[in-house]
Design a protein around this ligand. Sequence first.
Ligand code: HEM
Length: 467
Amino acid sequence: MNDSPAIPAPTAPGALPLIGHAHRLARDPLPFITSLRAHGSVVRIGIGPTAAYVVTDPALTRQVLVTDAAHFTKGGKIIDALRIFFGDGLATVADGDTHLRNRRLMQPMFNKAHIATRGTAMIDQVRAMVSAWEEAGPRDVYADMNDITLAAFLVALFGTDLPGHLQGEFTTLLPAIMKGTIRQTVLPTWVTRLPLPANRTHAARVARLRALIDEAIEHRSGPDTGPVHTAADGSAKSAGCPHATRTRERNGLFTTLLTAEPPLSRRQLQDEVITLLTGAIETTGTTLAWTLYEVTRSPEIERRLRDELASVCSDRPLHYDDMEHLPYARQVLQEAVRKYGPAWMVTRTATRDIHLGTHRIPEGADVVWSPYLHQHDPEHFPDPDRFDPDRWTPERAPTARGSFLAFGDGRRKCIGENFAWTELQMILSTVLQLWPRMELASRTPRAQAVVTVKPDAMTMTFHRKAP
Ligand code: HEM
């Protein structure tokens, strides 16, 4: 602990009695949160009657996430509310032995070699969905990207033979549940416990989701008598599985959790699936929607993406192994992750009085860090509102440690980062391969910070003939 005299953190202007800055967070969260940098490296805001400290200097965020992580535990009002729904899933469970144990258990599920075993099945799923789009009719791209991300994730997690109704029901339930969960995080706890219709509907949806997950778990736990799968292009090499020509698709990444020793309880398996589904879908879906939007805005970016893809795949479908040979696509996706969040507000709780830079944070206080804020820091990302994939070339990429915090850092860093890059690459490349022309049909979308930074409206048309 720093013993130098502490300076109280400045309070952001515009606080109102009782609600503090809640009106700003509700009305214009992104301009508000990025504006805080002008007031100091740690800025005090009011979320209702509760004070929270927003860290605007990435070096101090690193202190919160890495060097002093023991004194900033996962917590805060939002996490407390989310725990009601996520239970003790990896993202919400308190720091400590359970988190450590489950993190160690789940880490191998998401390493590159393990993801590669799911590569072909995921590509087949994505290809089937994207090729089924109808030509020319405006499509809600944000919904499409979330649906495809979810389907690919289910194939990776549970294998290819899940009962058909599960994916459909997951697709309908998840957005509604996320909406209900956000409502619960902003309302006082006692209101969320009243027998109001909205509370009852939310509880019923969560119960249904848990029942569906149970069904998936039962299915996965059954004997392995499922069909043997062959990749669409007949290639097993692209599955990252050099010794087989065909792979049994009933195995998914989830097998790791099912076979854990000591075994996880049914409730815990459910919690982990809920956590993974909610962590994996909207983050990647949103990023993809914004990527496609930026591609439609820039013929030059689109041309470079298509040229790179053609030089690697020529006319054949994408293989899993192709993705590491698409560096420009990776730059475009990284720039989309930077410019559009998608995480914009993450919280911790100070477990004791502690200094952050020259400011004292009192024990028990909520500490907020924002990947979005850091990714719009002009010191590390000049002209931050510009979409510029070339800022990620090896020569230009920011070198300062902690300047790119989209996936967090330290012991609570995103466990799905490798998986996310894989999925982003495969979906973007498949859309480009199957649809030689795409255009924005709606007006310019506005960024809305809810769970992620999502577009308020975004429709596009897709054409099979190049312009
Ligand atoms: C563009 C995509 C994604 C972004 C930007 C993202 C971002 C993040 C961030 C910032 C955190 C850290 C939160 C904190 O510090 O409290 C996190 C944690 C987490 N993410 Fe992701 N994520 C993405 C995709 C995924 C995917 C695909 C999965 C699942 C396969 C996933 C699963 C998780 C889990 C389980 C945690 C909690 C880890 C822990 O507390 O130990 N995320 N993510």
